[in-house]
Design a protein around this ligand. Structure first.
Ligand code: WQD
Length: 340
């Protein structure tokens, strides 16, 4: 008996790694992805890792009719909802596209959970809902959320609000918001990884694309912050650990008898600075990474990292890999792309 799981955005960075983890745990992922933020190279990599084509439907989650047809076709054990735009800077330039895609897509999925009696739902949320921690830089799930700094951040903040209101109206459904810290790294096979379309927004792709020669240097956005070395601090979580967290969340929800809504931080519990990332990358690869110090980037949080104990207590999940594993795997992926 197949345990079908709908994975919206399943051809994307975190989605594709989660598809692999789901299959390894006996689930049958069904990908809904229109490739607006994914690349066919990742699909080829998935095929190589899995040894077969994953179930995939190139549909836009804002197309309610197409999404309904999928829910009519499969009896889903659960849904993992990744499909969303996620570039902070781009969201400032294109707020309406972000609200339309990220919120209408979410609303479509939630309404189909109810109409098709699908009981388990995992939402790709973000530490961005915490904003800049006021006191303690280590945030737990009870740390008060703050109004975000970008339309992207608002789509996660509002997304969690929509889910909370939906939960009150559909108490039988089991819902979990996974608040990612900073996803990094790639599958150890180097066949799938982060595939930014155009100029990268995030740090890691910029590091590896600079190292491969696409850019003359990395610009570090400020080294005059009140941190241990002046650069910003984040909690960088290996995408493999992140993928496994989604399976752990689905396993947990599937076992619950009653409806619920939980938020869980998905981070390592350790903060790493930008300068420490550069030093670790050079250590792991033996390369010198050309980098310059530039001005601060507007909206950057100075320091944030996870208190990850709830994930361990509730889901039995804990990050296994460290930043050096992520840098090694991200570099191998970049080299794989360069060889294509
Ligand atoms: C990290 C640090 C930059 C690029 C991300 C995603 C967002 C969300 C939360 C999931 C910052 C510095 C970066 C560069 C740099 N993810 N940096 N030079 O801002 O924490 O947000 O995680 O929901 O989608 O954007 O990540 O990788 O952009 O930046 O110095 O060229 O690296 O200033 O301190 P961020 P990031």
């Amino acid at each position: 008996m197949n345990k079908y799981v709908l994975v919206t955005g399943g051809a994307g960075y975190i989605g594709s790694h989660t598809v692999v983890a789901l299959l390894q745990q006996g689930y049958t992922p069904v990908i809904a992805d229109d490739f607006r933020n994914a690349n066919k190279i990742v699909l080829a990599g998935l095929r190589s890792i899995l040894g077969h084509d994953p179930l995939l439907y190139p549909i836009d989650i804002c197309d309610k009719q197409a999404l309904t047809a999928l829910f009519d076709k499969y009896t889903f054990e659960g849904v993992i909802h990744f499909a969303a735009y996620k570039a902070v800077g781009e969201s400032v330039d294109k707020p309406l596209e972000y609200y339309q895609n990220n919120l209408v897509g979410l609303i479509n999925v939630l309404s189909l959970l109810q109409s098709h009696q699908v009981k388990n739902f995992v939402f790709s949320s973000s530490c961005t809902v915490y904003g800049e921690p006021k006191g303690e830089k280590e945030v737990s799930e009870t740390t008060p959320k703050q109004l975000p700094e970008s339309p992207y951040g608002y789509t996660k903040w509002m997304g969690e609000q929509i889910i909370a209101d939906f939960h009150r109206s559909a108490p039988e459904i089991k819902l979990m918001n996974l608040r990612y810290f900073n996803p990094v790294g790639a599958h150890p096979s180097a066949l799938i990884g982060e595939f930014p379309i155009g100029k990268p927004n995030n740090l890691l792709p910029f590091v590896t694309q600079t190292a491969i020669g696409k850019y003359p240097h990395l610009t570090i956005f400020g080294n005059d912050y009140p941190t241990r070395d002046g650069s910003c601090i984040r909690d960088y979580i290996h995408v493999q650990d992140l993928a496994e967290a989604h399976v752990a969340a689905l396993d947990f929800l599937s076992k619950q008898q009653e409806g619920l809504l939980e938020a869980v931080n998905i981070g390592t519990g350790t903060g790493t600075s930008v300068l420490e990332i550069v030093a670790a990358f050079e250590r792991v690869t033996g390369l010198t990474l050309p980098h310059v110090i530039g001005p601060r980037r507007q909206g950057d949080v100075i320091e944030i990292y996870a208190n990850a104990t709830k994930g361990e207590q509730l889901l039995g999940w804990k990050a296994r890999l460290g930043i050096e594993d992520a840098l090694r795997d991200a570099w191998a992926w970049e080299q794989h792309l360069a060889a294509l």
